[in-house]
Write a protein that binds this ligand. Structure first.
Ligand code: SAM
Length: 178
C-alpha cells in the first residue's frame, strides 16, 4: 500500500518543529512521502537530509495546491483519511482502510479548511479529545501496519545497534567518500 501524509496549515514562523516531527513520524512509521501544503524549503531539505542519511525511500515536497493533489490522488484510485478529533473512531474503519491501495493521511495545524471533510473518505478521530497531529499520525500508522513498521530495516548510512545500555551507532561511507 502506498501511503502519503498531507500536512495542512503549516505556518513557517510557528510550526517548524511540529511539522518536522510530522515528517519524521511519517518516515519512521512507514509512509512513503509527505506533502507539505505551502512552502518551507529549509524544512523540506532537513527532512530529505534525514531520509538520505538514515535510509529508506521517503520523500517530501511542497505543494502549492493541496486540493489539486487530493483531487488527483482520488482520481488515481487513492483514498483519503483525515485525522480530526471530530471524526468517527479509527477502530471502526481501520480494516477497510487496510484494504486500500493508496491512502493519503491528512493532518492539520490549528484549523483545517472545511472542504477536507467533504473530500475525505474517512474523517477519523484518534479518540475524541484534542491532542496533537504528531500523536494522531503515529497511532494511525501503527494501527494501519499493526506494529510491523517498527521492525522495518531502513539500510541507511547511519544505523543504530539496539543496546540496553550504550549508544551504538554504525556509520557507513558512500563509495564516493574516502
Ligand atoms: N480542531 C482540530 C481537529 O479537528 O482535530 C484540533 C487541532 S490540533 C492542534 C491539530 C491537528 O491534530 C488536527 O488537525 C488533527 O489532524 C490532529 N488531531 C488532534 N487531535 C486529534 C484527535 N483526537 N484525533 C485525530 N486527530 C487529531
Amino acid at each position: 500500500m502506498r501511503v502519503a501524509v498531507l500536512r495542512l496549515g503549516h505556518r513557517p514562523e510557528r510550526d517548524k518543529r511540529i511539522t518536522t516531527h510530522v515528517g519524521l513520524v511519517a518516515r519512521a512509521f512507514g509512509a512513503d512521502e509527505m506533502l507539505l501544503a505551502g512552502r518551507d524549503d529549509k524544512l523540506v531539505a532537513g527532512l530529505e537530509d534525514v531520509a538520505e542519511r538514515w535510509g529508506g525511500d521517503f520523500h517530501v515536497r511542497s505543494v502549492s495546491s493541496w486540493k489539486r493533489e487530493a483531487r488527483h490522488w482520488k482520481e488515481s484510485g487513492g483514498r483519503i483519511a483525515h485525522l480530526t478529533m471530530y471524526g468517527t473512531p479509527l477502530s471502526e474503519s481501520i480494516e477497510e482502510i487496510r484494504r486500500s491501495e493508496a491512502v493519503m493521511v491528512v493532518v492539520g495545524a490549528e484549523k483545517v479548511p472545511p472542504e477536507i471533510y467533504e473530500m475525505a473518505d474517512w474523517n477519523l478521530g484518534v479518540g475524541n479529545q484534542p491532542h496533537s497531529e504528531v500523536a494522531a499520525l503515529a497511532i494511525f500508522l501503527d494501527r494501519l501496519w499493526e506494529g510491523e513498521e517498527l521492525e522495518r530495516e531502513f539500510e541507511g548510512k547511519i544505523e543504530i545497534v539496539p543496546s540496553p545500555r550504550f549508544k551504538t551507532v554504525i556509520e557507513r561511507r558512500g563509495e564516493d567518500e574516502v
